[in-house]
Design a protein around this ligand. Sequence first.
Ligand code: GDP
Ligand code: MG
Length: 245
Amino acid sequence: MISGGRLRSLLIVPTYNERDNLRSLAEKIFSASLKVDVLVVDDDSPDGTGEVGEELAGQYQHFQILHRKNDRGYGKACLEGFKRAIQQHYDYICTMDADLSHDPSELKNLLARLDEYDVVIGSRYVEGGKMEVDWSLFRRAVSRLGSAFARFMLGLSLKDCTSGYRCYKRKVLESLDLDKIGSEGYSLLMEILYLCQQKGFRIGEVPIIYVDRQRGKSKLNRRVILEALFYVLKNGLRKIVLKYS
Ligand SMILES: Nc1nc2c(ncn2[C@@H]2O[C@H](COP(=O)(O)OP(=O)(O)O)[C@@H](O)[C@H]2O)c(=O)[nH]1
Ligand SMILES: [Mg+2]
């Protein structure tokens, strides 16, 4: 499937119970004339997101859906999407949430910066970036402190380490041993950044305006927060031990 232009981009959208968002998202993406193919990776959502995805795949030529059965995880779904994107030789591989917190019309700003960077992060915390959310203090703290903690412990030089709005050049994902990546949930976001930084890839941030989801529920839970915290602690401590041994 060639989507205009010379370079092909695949936008991976992991979904779990996003039935009420998926159609609007597809409409926004395709009406913005973004020259991307879309791959939804659904974990057998009980609310029927997979069926909506099938309808959309029948309707839009540039929309595909991958159904994962008997398994769950944001990270695992993205990894499966990355493998398919590599197999299908996409040049640029992007990720976006399904809940419309990420504005599809900003994708072109991210893609444009791939001429300069290998990885581009849609960032809420750089100048011009914004969070328009009505979050609890706990939720704000998880997002802000999570990024700050990862930055400090892993030596990451980015402001927004937990944004799922990103674009990668294919060579970046090809260079990682995807089968060795242990993160199952959102921790993948930090793990990939850490690996990319170690490999010396150029990582840039562009401002995005992040809005609250209007429909459906967040899947952020204690389990995925703990997994991310554990990843940062384990690797941060390993880094310190290696430095002083
Ligand atoms: N395939 C898959 N997608 C998931 C899973 N958990 C979350 N997502 C998707 O990941 C994106 C971000 O999740 P969301 O619940 O909005 O997290 P939040 O923005 O941190 O509150 C959304 O598109 C979700 O549908 C999962 O276990 N499997
Ligand atoms: Mg969300």
